[in-house]
Ligand binder design. Structure first.
Ligand code: ATP
Ligand code: MG
Length: 375
């Protein structure tokens, strides 16, 4: 069917808006001329000149590509690069091409970024050992090695405690040893739980049930007068996700605990659930759809430096933090073919952080969701 001339502009806008790839058009002076919604999802909605500077500053490889394009009108591409963003590093495919009018006039550079992380999520599941290497932790081997001597230490500390009178200082020291051992054991269990994809159940799971259970575990439900307020902005018609309910509960429990620790005694956590309009992953002939959960807090937020390290193993600003909560949660979400990332909150009244989680819908339940709900 021939396309009408008039709506062409709108059609091109629709094409750009429908793309999962981030498209940003830069003028020769590096001003943003155009960006599509996927670019906002990847880079944050405040895509302005300051962001271009910091984006290129953080990613000299991209700066080089843009520079070559603007200076030499050269087209270039990079099949697999690490894009450093404020809150995370992303694996992307990048292309930069000169923007030319029909008369050959040079107008700037078109930057296209294809987020490879969903694809990576699938690869992580398919290749657990490789993902362990990528994490730099070798979790399963290390965890097994640690667990055995820990059992011995705990047993010995219990026996030793029995040799002291109840009020003896020696008992307190033994108590400290046992507490420390319990904490390490808990950590090891957490690491082990994400080190074997075969341990995960993949069942239809109601995300709101998961969130409610995690809220309860975090002590946020039932609500306590004068303490942290939880606002639930839920889309009750969301279909089930495909996953392991217990594992997902631990992910959200980690996010809730972090929010509580950031907020202090009183403040607000806003929880939002909605269909994910930005990500669709083609699996064979099927397009997988995702939902999104956002955990937004009224805490103090994070400095750009802290954000850059957020998902680095053992990064913590807490005296008794392990710095593994987010790394393990991100890994767990990746094992579900989803994605977890963080951005400074842009919500009215909530000045802290927003943690965003996308999860794939269970295939059977996709057809139950009306098209009207899918952006
Ligand atoms: N909602 C948040 N607001 C502000 N800072 C946060 C938030 N969530 C995480 N952080 C920062 O990220 C760091 C890492 O978080 P992560 O959950 O990985 O480890 P942790 O909370 O320090 O320790 P644990 O392993 O016990 O969870 C935290 O120490 C904190 O500085
Ligand atoms: Mg934590």
């Amino acid at each position: 069917m021939p396309l009408k001339r008039q709506p062409n502009l709108k059609l091109w806008r629709d094409v750009l808006d429908s793309l999962n790839d981030a498209v940003v058009v830069l003028s020769p002076r590096l001003d943003i001329v155009l960006k599509n919604p996927a670019a906002e999802a990847l880079l944050g909605s405040q895509v302005n000149r300051g962001l271009v500077d910091s984006l290129l500053g953080r990613n000299p490889w991209l700066e080089g590509m843009v520079h070559d394009c603007l200076e030499k009108r050269q087209e270039s591409s990079c099949a697999d690069a690490k894009l450093a963003l404020a809150g995370q590093d992303l694996a992307v495919r990048a292309e930069v091409a000169p923007l030319l009018t029909q008369t050959g006039q040079f107008k700037g550079a078109v930057v296209l970024l294809h987020d490879l992380s969903h694809q990576r999520g699938v690869e992580l599941v398919a290749n657990g050992a490789d993902s362990e290497r990528r994490m730099g932790l070798s979790p399963s081997g290390l965890a097994h090695e640690i667990k055995n001597p820990l059992t011995g230490i705990k047993g010995a500390a219990e026996l030793l405690a029995g040799l002291f009178a109840p009020d003896h200082r020696g008992r307190q020291y033994c108590g400290l040893i046992m507490d420390g051992v319990s904490r390490i054991t808990e950590l090891v269990e957490q690491v082990l739980s994400v080190s074997g994809p075969q341990r995960l159940k993949k069942q239809p799971v109601n995300i709101h049930m998961v969130l409610h259970r995690a809220l309860r575990m975090a002590g946020l439900f039932p609500p306590v007068e004068g303490a942290i307020r939880v606002e639930q902005v839920f889309d009750p018609s969301l279909p089930d996700v495909l996953g392991d309910a217990a594992a997902l509960e631990r992910v959200f429990l980690n996010l809730f605990r972090n929010a509580i620790e950031a907020i202090g005694p009183s403040g607000t956590i806003r929880l939002r659930t909605q269909m994910e309009s930005k990500f669709r992953l083609r699996m064979g002939h099927e397009q997988r759809r995702f939902l999104r959960v956002e955990v937004i807090d009224s805490g103090p937020g994070m400095t750009p430096d802290q954000q850059a390290q957020l998902f680095t193993p053992f990064f913590t600003t807490k005296p008794s933090g392990s710095g593994l909560g987010l790394v393990l949660s991100q890994r767990m979400v990746a094992l579900h073919d989803g994605k977890l990332w963080a951005e400074p909150s842009e919500e009215a009244g909530l000045t802290g952080m927003t943690f965003k989680v996308t999860l794939p819908l269970a295939v059977g339940s996709q057809s139950n969701y009306g098209e009207s709900g899918i952006a």
